[in-house]
Structures are given as C-alpha cells and as structure tokens.
Design a protein around this ligand. Structure first.
Ligand SMILES: CC(=O)[C@@H](O)[C@H](O)COP(=O)(O)O
Ligand SMILES: NCC(=O)COP(=O)(O)O
Length: 251
C-alpha cells in the first residue's frame, strides 16, 4: 500500500543535492534519476526538484527524463519567469511550486512576494493551470501572503519553514512554530492545500508534521545528508517513520 492511500502527512523528497554532488566534479554520478526511483521505492509520495535559473544543481535533462519515469508525482520548483513557464507548460509536471530566486543566495532565503506581484502571478498561475499543472506558492507564514496566494488563484501553498529551522533559541523556535500553525489554519480556512518545507530535519520535522491539516512536507537537504551514512532508501524510510510517528502522537 502506498502512502497515497493511507491517512497522514505526505513526504516530497527533494533530490536537488544529489545533483549538487554530481555538479561538484562534473561527473555523471550520482544520478538524480536513480535517487528519485530509490526514494519512490522507499516510500516518497512525490519527488521535488528545483530547476534554478543558474542550473547550479538540477538540469533540464533531469526534469525531462523524470517526467516520463516517475511513478508518484513530480513537484517542479522554479521561479515565475517566462523561461520556466515555457518549460513547465512543455513538460507538464503534476505540481509546480513557484519560489523566489537570487543567483547570489546559498539556498532559498524567504518566501515569494505574492502580495507585491499579484497581476504577474495571477497570469502565471492561470497559464500553468491551463496546462493542467497544480500550482503551489512557496511563501512565508505571513497572513498577507497567504491571502494573496488565494487571491491569485493558487490552490496550494507551501509554508517556508526556514526561519523555524534556523531559530537559534527555543523561544524563537516556539514563536516561529506558532506563526506556522496560524498560517496553516488560515490557509485551510481559505480552502487551500497547505504544504511546508525548507530546512526540515529528523528532529525539527516532528512539530511541523503534527500540525493538523498539513498535507505534504518537502524535505531534501537533511535526507541527502543522512543518505551519505545510511543510504538513501534508509534515509527516506527513516523520515517517513519520523513523520508518521509525529502525526500519530498528535499536536
Ligand atoms: C524552495 C526551497 O526551500 C527548496 O526546495 C529549494 O530547492 C532550495 O534551493 P536549493 O535546493 O538550491 O538549496
Ligand atoms: N521546498 C523545500 C524543499 O523542497 C526542500 O528543502 P530542504 O529540505 O532541502 O531545505
């Protein structure tokens, strides 16, 4: 039985940093396609990959090949640009998550400014939806951004958990968790599917997974890091187990 058929929080495995290792030497290995298939076999409910404008890790070839291979679901992360819109409408992944990008950033630093870009994002979401793609907006736990996401027609939001993950004190972490809880409740009240991700690991994921109504968690860096020592199959199964246990334990 796949996790798609069981209640609980789904796991989207982000394979970006398998491609980061490949890029480090310009070799053919490790192969992100193999990573995606191993992750699916280990219980991933979807595969997330971020095709960045600077192609620092995932390449267009990875997206094209996986579109015809994945047995679960592709969640293609990308900036809301003409180039990426053309690629998405050509390849038609099940999901597209629109994320902000800056070349100089080490990793995603914040959520998309939906409120400040409503006309552009309304048109962009409509274009992707017309191609049969379910659009998700990667946003901070900010009521204004959540309401804007609903207003521009996105059916899904992914709450950015990076500030929670990076919190340096228990008090700060508790504050961020409370913000995320409120954000999830607001998103649900607007009829949105609410996902979450960024910076989640085998410890901090528990409190997020336990928030009632969270649908899917997208996790990559921590899984790939554990895979170095335990193998990717084990790393994915471990994360599924931690999430399922947190859901069973309740909020
Ligand atoms: C949007 C997000 O939080 C990540 O999924 C994103 O992929 C981070 O970018 P890098 O993978 O390049 O760090
Ligand atoms: N959108 C978050 C994601 O796909 C993975 O982020 P991370 O776990 O690599 O930080």
């Amino acid at each position: 039985m796949t996790s798609q058929t069981t209640a609980g929080v789904l796991l989207g495995v982000n394979i970006d940093h398998v491609a980061t290792i490949r890029r480090a030497r310009g070799t053919r290995y490790p192969e992100p396609i193999q990573a995606a298939l191993v992750a699916e076999q280990a219980g991933a409910d979807s595969i997330t990959l971020h095709l960045r404008e600077d192609r620092r890790h995932i390449q267009e070839r990875d997206v094209e090949l996986l579109c015809g291979i994945l047995q679960t679901r592709m969640n293609l992360e990308m900036a809301a640009t003409r180039e990426m819109g053309d690629i998405a409408c050509r390849l038609k992944p099940a999901d597209c998550c629109l994320v902000p990008e800056r070349r100089e950033e080490l990793t995603t630093e914040g959520g998309l400014d939906v409120h400040g870009n409503r006309p552009h994002l309304r048109d962009f979401c409509a274009r992707l939806a017309a191609s049969g793609i379910r659009v998700s907006l990667f946003i901070d736990a900010d009521p204004e951004q959540i309401e804007a996401a609903h207003a521009v027609g996105a059916p899904v939001i992914e709450i950015h958990t990076g500030h929670y993950a990076d919190a340096e004190t228990a008090a700060a972490r508790a504050d961020e968790l409370a913000r995320i809880r409120r954000a999830v409740n607001l998103g649900l009240s607007l009829g949105l599917h609410v996902n979450a991700g960024h910076g989640l690991d085998y410890h901090n994921v528990k409190a997020i997974a336990a928030i009632p109504g969270v649908r899917e968690l997208n996790i990559g860096h921590a899984i790939v890091a554990r895979a170095i020592f335990s193998g990717l199959d084990r790393a994915v199964r471990d994360m599924k187990g931690v999430i399922d246990a947190a859901v069973a334990a309740g909020p």
